[in-house]
Write a protein that binds this ligand. Sequence first.
Ligand code: NAI
Length: 285
Amino acid sequence: QELNGKTAFITGGASGIGLGIAKALLGQGMKVAIADIRDDHLEEAVAELNGGENILPLKLDVTDREAYAKAADATEAKFGKIHILVNNAGVAALGPVELASYGDWDWTLGVNLGGTINGIVTILPRILAHGEGGHIVSTASMSGMMPHGGAATYTTGKAAVVALMETMRSELQGRGVICSAFCPGAVQSNIAEAGKTRPEKYADTGYAQSDRGRQMAGDFMHLFQTKEEVGERVLQGILNDELFILTHAEFYEGVKDRADAMVASVPRHLPENPEYKQTFSMLFR
Ligand code: NAI
């Protein structure tokens, strides 16, 4: 689809991956609203993007539904219709599952899944209403595709985001809105600082997530992809209408093993019931 002159709304768009996506879309001649909870990130992003009137920085906490609607209104007031929604704002709290507190669960799921839901409830009807078509990209993670230990609150939200994009993709097929699950491996970003935006009401934590995150990022950052690399990858995914947008070749065997395990578990020795298959054909793509 032609992106030039159209509008994108990117949450968490002022840092890391969201900023990389903003750069790539701006490069296509898009107008871009970057919505972020951190004022300092917004300021730095505006300077880095250097996009003049094609950039709209918006202070937004994606868990605040009223504020979300106002941010969408402000974007439409400045740029007109919104065509691309990137649900990207995300936080991480890592540690053993038995230590995760309600605060850990509620904060991470509230931003990573709840923020995505708020984006869809607020902006999808606006995209459908203008009828010019659109694209919804939600930043999940490889952790949402291949869940691993030490990250239960994170992988749960990310796997849900993948499921949501798959669901919406089939449901919106033929109505001009494409949905993609963006599943990056490790990317250079500020996510190790996520604890700075953790609300006081969720302060109770079962593990010192920010310490572990910071340590990991410090040790291995040089191995991670850059925000520009993944921004370009998302752009390609949008242009190619990809359902899954993956970034790292290193995960090939893991993804294949997981898919193979599912395929091997299908009891193909049992006869298929044609009536069941026809009645629920939407399940058997
Ligand atoms: P980042 O911390 O550099 O960027 C995230 C931005 O979201 C920050 O500017 C932050 O202020 C903002 N944010 C946090 N909570 C918010 C809220 N409630 N409302 C609005 N904005 C909020 O981190 P990064 O890594 O760029 O993260 C972006 C997305 O990518 C997240 O969903 C993350 O889970 C996902 N991801 C990151 C990976 C990585 O290795 N960095 C790998 C896989 C997925």
